[in-house]
Design a protein around this ligand. Structure first.
Ligand code: TRP
Length: 452
């Protein structure tokens, strides 16, 4: 059965969709607290290196496989390496994004809840000191976070149902520019708070003594997560990229947008954390505890303005989370529609439902199920670590090995250079990174995670 495959309409659409996938809670929520755990400026430097030297080549590997095959992950491996076991590797990378979506949607739900809290003046009507408690009480309560998670998942399913161009592309093109403006407003505000300069210093003055091997491993894990690598998201999106688009440019555009958003988010959050006298290493609650606190402070005397800005801000976090979440669901939907002949509608609803169920368990792991531990971690933390420390690097390893060692160099060159018309001069260096540097780097990370 030959179906017409949808395409992204323009280069802006490609970068908006890919950056939409890349820029998400990973930048605004995860990056600041991971950075806080590993000590600030030095971590940012390592992170930048990890993004450009390890993550970007893997991004290119996925792009090459995706556009070459014009298939979902499983189909791509089947098409480019027929009759081999590679397709099972493709299958693994369909399961991982669904696992990520399950817990990602819980955090997405938190942003839904916080948007409503802002709109209903909940952050301006209590004394600032009370705000951090809000978060702990909210995530451990049984129903509210599950309602919010449900709402988030329904929106994700709705957008994916609308299709690649009318859903994913359109939504990403609107949400991404808006997001940039909104975050810059918050940075501006955060920098005017008394005491915020200590936060700026924290972000600019590197303290290399905090760079343990774990910090390096965490930087790589974060880079993978943030660029949506290793689970076939970029592969699937690349299968919608037209043949005359320059893969080097769209990849670099995505990686740079992602870095810029991560660093800007750190500048939105850390100065405020220091100004508020909170701990930078506070963990996953960091953004949800500190931002409402700033908004509250800001609201003293000006509740309307504060409500407006905080609502817009949480709407922005929500938009960022949505553009990423749709990319995770799309991987599985592409697989079921391409390989199993399912209708887009049934595929979307089925997968969204399965992720919702796993998400409910993650959500409850902050409250009534908090005593149940997997390898000493709550279910939520376990999934996060399983994905960022193991599944994403494993997927990345599979993709680079595939491009570096399984595909013929001529095919790889042909795809990356658009048939020898673009990027010819840098191809050698990119190929070297994909074939040697990235796989070795990933194995080192595995060993670090295993033994330390
Ligand atoms: N990169 C996204 C973020 O930073 C999350 C994301 C989307 C993702 N798709 C992914 C993470 C695939 C890993 C794999 O929020």
């Amino acid at each position: 059965m030959i179906k017409q495959r949808e395409n992204f309409g323009s280069r802006f659409a490609v970068i908006a969709a890919m950056a939409g996938s890349a820029v998400g809670l990973g930048n605004i929520w995860r990056f600041p607290f991971v950075l806080g755990e590993y000590g600030g400026a030095a971590f940012i430097l390592v992170y930048m290196m990890a993004s450009l030297v390890l993550a970007l080549p893997i991004f290119y590997a996925e792009s090459i496989i995706g556009r070459r095959s014009r298939c979902d992950t499983f189909g791509a491996m089947k098409k480019l390496a027929p009759g081999t076991a590679w397709r099972w590797a493709g299958l693994l990378t369909i399961v991982s994004p669904l696992l990520i979506l399950s817990y990602y949607s819980v955090v997405g739900g938190w942003s839904v809840e916080y948007l409503f809290k802002s709109l209903s003046f909940s952050f301006t009507e209590v004394p600032a000191e009370k705000i951090p408690d809000f978060f702990g009480r909210f995530i451990s309560s049984p129903w509210q976070p599950i309602f919010a998670h449900t709402a988030f998942m329904l929106i994700v399913a709705g957008i994916v149902l609308a299709g690649v161009s009318n859903g994913i592309e359109l939504f990403s093109k609107l949400a991404m520019p808006a997001l940039l403006v909104l975050i810059l407003v918050i940075v501006g505000y955060s920098l005017t708070l008394p005491g915020s300069m200590k936060g700026v210093e924290y972000l600019l003055k590197p303290d290399f003594s905090r760079l343990t091997p774990q910090a390096y491993a965490a930087a790589v894990g974060q880079a993978f997560f943030s660029l949506s690598l290793g689970v076939g998201t970029i592969l699937t999106y690349s299968s919608y990229v037209k043949k005359d688009e320059n893969l080097m440019v769209s990849g670099l555009g995505t990686a740079v947008s992602d870095l810029v958003f991560a660093v800007i988010s750190a500048f939105a959050v850390m100065p405020a954390v220091f100004a508020a006298g909170l701990q930078p290493g506070a963990g996953p609650g960091l953004v949800f505890e500190t931002l409402p606190y700033i908004f509250n402070k800001m609201g003293e005397g000006l509740p309307m303005l504060s409500t407006l800005i905080s609502s817009v801000f949480f709407a922005a976090i929500l938009a960022a989370a949505l553009t990423s979440a749709i990319s995770m669901l799309e991987v599985g939907v592409a697989f079921l529609t391409d390989e199993k002949g399912m209708k887009r509608r049934s595929a979307t609803l089925l997968l969204a439902f399965l992720c919702w169920v796993v998400g409910v368990l993650c959500s409850l792991s902050f409250g009534s199920l908090s005593r149940i531990k997997v390898l000493g971690l709550s279910f939520f933390d376990f999934l996060d670590h399983l994905c960022s420390d193991w599944l994403l690097p494993l997927g990345g390893l599979i993709f680079t090995l595939f491009v570096g060692w399984k595909m013929s160099k001529a095919d790889v060159r042909d795809e990356f250079t658009n048939g020898g018309t673009r990027n010819v001069r840098i191809f050698g260096a990119v190929y070297f990174l994909m074939r040697y540097v990235a796989p070795v780097g990933i194995v080192v990370i595995f060993l670090t995670n295993l033994f330390l």
